[in-house]
Structure formats: C-alpha cells, structure tokens
Design a protein around this ligand. Structure first.
Ligand SMILES: [Zn+2]
Length: 275
C-alpha cells in the first residue's frame, strides 16, 4: 500500500510534467473508484491549466483556477507519465489525464483510490471533509515538540496507536510507526500522555529522519514514473525493526520483539525501547 513517502515521490515525479500545462482531455474508463468520480470532471478540466501539484497527507492536490482535483492512490494505485504515445489502456487503467506534452495514467487494480473535485466556490480545499481533520505535516515547522507534547496530554492510548490515528501528525503508518519509535527510543506501549517534552522532541526528530530517508530511497526511482517499465513505484526504507522479530537489534544486539496492538503488528527492541 502506498504510504506518504510514495505519494510525495509521486508528486515530485509528476510535477515537472503537469505544472503550467493545460489539460487537453480527461478520459474516464470507470464511473467510480472508492467513491464516484464526478461525471462532469472532463468538462470542468478541459482547457484549464494546472497551477501546481501539492500534497496533503496521502492526497495529491491538483490546483486549477476553478478549483482543486483531489486524488488518492488507495491500496494499489499509481500514476505513470507517458511522453510519447501511451500503450492501449489495460483493464486497471481507469483514468488518462492528457496534458500538453504528456499523458498521465492512473492505474488502480483494487479501486480504493479516489478522484474528486473541490470547486473554488466552496473555499479553501483544506476545509474539504477528507482534509479538514488531518494532523500536521511531518515537515511543517509548526509540528514541533511542544505541539506533540500538548496534543498528547489527554491521550492515554499507547503512543503507537496515537501516531497511527493520524490526527496529530499525518503519514505515520504501521511500518513507519515502529521505525520512528525505535529511532526515538520510545516503547510503543507507552501511554502517549506520559511522554515528556524531551522525548516528544526525540520523536519529532525521528519522524522527520525516517521520512527523509524513505523519500530519499524513493527519489532514486523517480525516472521509473516515466514510461511503462517502472513497476508499482512502491518502495520501503531499510527497516531496522519492522518485520525483524527474533533478529538482533542493529544498535545493541538484543532480539527484536513482535507484539500486536489493536490487531496490528508492532516491532521494537526491548533494550533500546525500555520505556
Ligand atoms: Zn536495541
């Protein structure tokens, strides 16, 4: 499943081919993905210029004068850029966005992705129902130790659960949660409200470090987004604890332990993450 780093790498790969380009045609070969695709979207977009391609959480925001197209990769989606003639669409190639100079194709076998439209008349897209309650962006300077500290005071759930909830900071999915807590030296079972300010600072740093590393790994695949040979475009940073149960910790050699929290696997080092 594509996580925040994949979406950010997708954004970086697509942006040079879309920003400042006019839409020639939007071809829809399905009426709905996770939700119905607005039937009028082809007419709305035709002739409009993409002003910018932004990201909020795992949503790509395609900015136009008349509004914002919101897309999501769901469980299995990917965008590809075709600079010459695109091959005939396959069964899972649901959307073609034809711009001046490039054709962008959305492939989504499981169809849990999304393609939606937020007209400018409804105000800032940040207020869209899917975006309004998202937590801070990991690289937003306003997401800092003090904010993490204050927003965890009322939370007695385990810090791992609180990270996964996504309402304090976005993008820390199940794999990344284990990796971030390991780097911060925090036990995943620790009640969030018991983290002191210094440990909140360590966690903020760890989250940024993990995402920087992951986006760096994905960045080396940028060219795979152009043409047809690139595979899914999904990638993973070298996990230090995730899926390493029984193997030695890379720091202290203690065996990595696996536990289950709310039906999701968590991996941690019982020595480096004592509390
Ligand atoms: Zn260790």
């Amino acid at each position: 499943m594509p996580e925040l780093p994949e979406v950010e790498v997708t954004r970086r790969a697509l942006a040079p081919h879309v920003e400042g380009r006019a839409v020639r045609r939007l071809a829809l070969r399905t009426r709905s993905l996770r939700w119905p695709i607005p039937a009028r979207l082809p007419q709305i977009l035709a002739g409009q210029t993409v002003l910018g391609l932004e990201r909020r959480g795992k949503y790509l925001l395609w900015k136009f004068t008349r509004g914002t197209m919101i897309s999501h990769l769901g469980m299995s989606g990917s965008w590809r850029v075709h600079l010459k003639a695109a091959p005939a669409p396959g069964a899972h190639d649901h959307v073609d966005l034809e711009l001046d100079g490039a054709l962008l194709r959305l492939t989504d076998p499981r169809r849990f992705g999304a393609l939606l439209w937020h007209p400018a008349s409804r105000g800032d897209v940040a207020n869209h129902v899917l975006l309004a309650r998202l937590g801070a962006e990991p690289f937003d300077p306003r997401f800092d130790a003090r904010r993490l500290y204050s927003e965890t005071r009322g939370r007695s759930a385990a810090i791992k659960q609180v990270l996964l909830a996504g309402d304090i900071v976005v993008g820390v999915g199940n794999i990344y949660a284990s990796e971030c807590l390991f780097r911060a030296g925090i036990n995943p079972k620790m009640p969030a409200r018991r983290l002191g300010l210094a440990r909140c600072a360590a966690l903020v740093d760890a989250i940024r470090e993990v995402f920087t590393a992951a986006i760096g790994v994905g960045g080396s695949t940028l060219r795979n987004f152009v043409g047809i040979d690139g595979g899914s475009g999904y990638f993973m940073l070298d996990a230090r604890v995730y899926d390493r149960a029984g193997q030695p910790c890379t720091v202290c050699g203690t065996r990595i332990r696996k536990i289950v929290q709310s039906a999701r696997a968590t991996y941690y080092c019982p020595h480096c993450q004592k509390r």
